[in-house]
Design a protein around this ligand. Structure first.
Ligand SMILES: Cc1cc2nc3c(=O)[nH]c(=O)nc-3n(C[C@H](O)[C@H](O)[C@H](O)COP(=O)(O)O)c2cc1C
Length: 397
C-alpha cells in the first residue's frame, strides 16, 4: 500500500511522540518516501533532528522560517499521498475538526486532499471528554481513518484507554483499511479455515500435519483488504490481523462444527486448512503407556468432510473454494476434488516442494474453475498469491 507512496507523518505533543520514530522507519522499510512535520509541542518530546535523520529530509516545523521562495504548506500538502497524524493530541484533533490552520502541521493537513490517518494518544479522561469525542466523530464523518487508542499502561502510571497502539499495528490497520475503502467485498462475510487439524490420541498426544496456517492467514488478510468481514477458523494462533476474527479450534470435528455454522450466513468459504481425513477410533482417557511388545496398533476412522459438506449445502449466492495439497499428479487430483466436493474453485499446490507450500512464506499454485483452463500462479509470496486468489473469487460472483 505504501510502497512508492509519498507519506507525510505529522507528530504532535504527546508523550507517545517517540513512537513516531518507529513509524517513520517502518514506512521507509515498506518502500515509502517519508517526510515529517512536527508541532512546537512535539519538539518538547523528541527532537526534529532525530526525525530528520530517520526520514533523510528536513522536518517541517514552521510556516515562515527558511522557505522564502515556496508556500511550504501547500507544496507539502500536494506532495503527500497519505498523511499520518501520529500521535495526535486532543489539541490537533480539535483544530482539524474545526478547520483551524494556525501552524505548519495544521495548515498543511487542511491544505491536503491526501488519504488521512489519525491515531489519538492521550490520558483516558481527555480521550473521553465530550468535546474530544465530538471532534473525532467529525473527523470520521470527514473521511479520516481513525486508529482507536488501545487499553494499556498510560504515562500517568495506570491502565486505561488512550494508549497509542504500536506503530506496526497502526501501519497494518491503515494499510488494510485504506485498501478496503473501495473493496468489492464490503458487506460480504468470508469464512476461511487455516492450519493443520489435531486429532487427539490421549490427553498429551495428537496426530497432525506440517501445515503452518500461513496461507489461510494470508487469505484472511487479502479478504479484509477488500472490505470483507472475515472469520478465520484456525488451529494455529498466529498474528492478529485487523478486522479478522480468529476462532481457534483443534480437531477436524471442531473445525467442521464452527465452519459449517459460520457458513450458514456467509458469502464465501475458503477451506485452506490441512484437514486430517482420519482420527483415532478412540481417545484414551489416560496417557498411553509403553507397550510390552514394543508396538502399538492404532485404529483410525474417517473424519467428517468439511469441504464436501459445505460444497453440497451451498446456496446459489454462496461461493465455495477448496485447496488441494498434493505431492503428485496435482492437477488431476485437483480436478477430481473440484467435482467431488461440489466446489466453485479449487487451488492446487504441490507440497513436495520445500520452497513453496507448507511452512514456506512463498507459494505457487494452480487455480481450477469448472469449464475453464487451469491458471498457474507462479511462485511468489503467500500474501500476493492470496490477493490473486481473492481477486479471482470476486470475478466468480
Ligand atoms: C508531559 C506532557 C505530556 C502530554 N501528553 C499529551 C498526550 O499524550 N496527549 C495529548 O493530547 N496532550 C498531551 N499533552 C498536552 C499537549 O502537549 C498540549 O495540549 C499541547 O498544546 C499540544 O500541542 P500540539 O497539538 O500543537 O502538539 C501533554 C503535555 C505534557 C506537558
Amino acid at each position: 500500500m505504501f510502497k512508492g507512496k509519498n507519506v507525510l507523518v505529522m507528530v504532535t505533543g504527546s508523550i507517545a511522540a517517540y513512537k513516531a520514530t518507529t513509524l517513520v522507519r517502518l514506512l521507509i522499510k515498506s518502500g515509502a518516501q517519508v517526510r515529517v512535520g512536527m508541532t512546537t509541542s512535539a519538539q518538547e518530546f523528541i527532537t526534529s533532528k532525530t526525525l530528520s535523520i530517520l526520514s533523510g529530509q528536513d522536518v517541517l516545523t514552521d510556516l515562515f522560517i527558511g522557505h522564502t521562495s515556496q508556500v511550504i504548506h501547500i507544496e507539502w500538502a500536494r506532495w503527500a499521498d497519505v498523511i499520518f497524524v501520529v500521535p495526535a493530541t486532543a489539541n490537533i484533533i480539535g483544530k482539524i475538526a474545526n478547520g483551524i490552520a494556525d501552524d505548519a502541521v495544521s495548515a498543511t493537513i487542511i491544505a491536503s486532499s491526501a488519504d488521512k490517518v489519525i491515531a489519538p494518544a492521550m490520558n483516558d479522561v481527555m480521550f473521553h471528554n465530550p468535546a474530544v469525542e465530538r471532534n473525532l466523530e467529525i473527523l470520521k464523518q470527514d473521511g479520516w481513518l481513525v486508529v482507536e487508542p488501545v487499553v494499556g499502561y498510560l504515562a500517568e502510571g495506570y491502565e486505561a484507554s488512550g494508549r497509542l497502539p504500536e506503530p506496526i499495528d497502526i501501519l497494518q490497520q491503515a494499510d488494510i483499511r485504506l485498501r478496503a475503502k473501495k473493496g468489492q467485498l464490503i458487506g460480504k462475510k468470508v469464512v476461511i479455515t487455516a492450519g493443520g487439524t489435531k486429532e487427539a490420541l490421549d490427553p498429551v498426544r495428537y496426530l497432525t500435519n506440517r501445515s503452518s496456517g500461513k496461507m489461510g492467514y494470508a487469505l484472511a488478510r487479502a479478504a479484509v483488504e477488500k472490505g470483507a468481514e472475515v472469520k478465520l477458523v484456525t488451529t494455529i494462533d498466529r498474528e492478529n490481523i485487523f478486522g479478522v476474527e480468529k476462532i481457534i479450534v483443534s480437531s477436524t470435528q471442531e473445525m467442521f462444527d464452527v465452519a459449517t455454522h459460520e457458513f450458514t450466513d456467509a458469502d464465501i468459504f475458503i477451506g485452506a486448512a490441512a484437514v486430517s481425513d482420519f482420527k483415532p477410533a478412540k481417545l484414551a482417557e489416560h496417557k498411553i503407556k509403553k507397550q510390552a511388545d514394543g508396538g502399538l496398533q492404532l485404529t483410525l476412522v474417517q473424519n467428517p468432510d468439511i469441504l464436501k459438506t459445505i460444497g453440497f449445502s451451498k446456496k446459489d449466492h454462496q461461493i465455495v473454494v477448496g485447496f488441494a495439497a498434493e505431492t503428485k499428479e496435482v492437477i488431476a487430483y485437483g480436478t477430481d476434488k473440484l467435482v467431488k466436493k461440489h466446489a466453485d474453485m479449487l487451488i492446487t499446490n504441490d507440497v513436495s516442494n520445500s520452497d513453496t507450500g507448507f511452512s514456506s512464506d512463498d507459494n505457487a499454485v494452480t487455480i481450477l474453475v469448472p469449464d475453464q483452463l487451469p491458471e498457474a500462479l507462479p511462485k511468489t509470496t503467500k500474501i500476493e498469491i492470496a490477493r490473486a486468489i481473492i481477486t479471482r473469487i470476486i470475478t466468480l460472483k
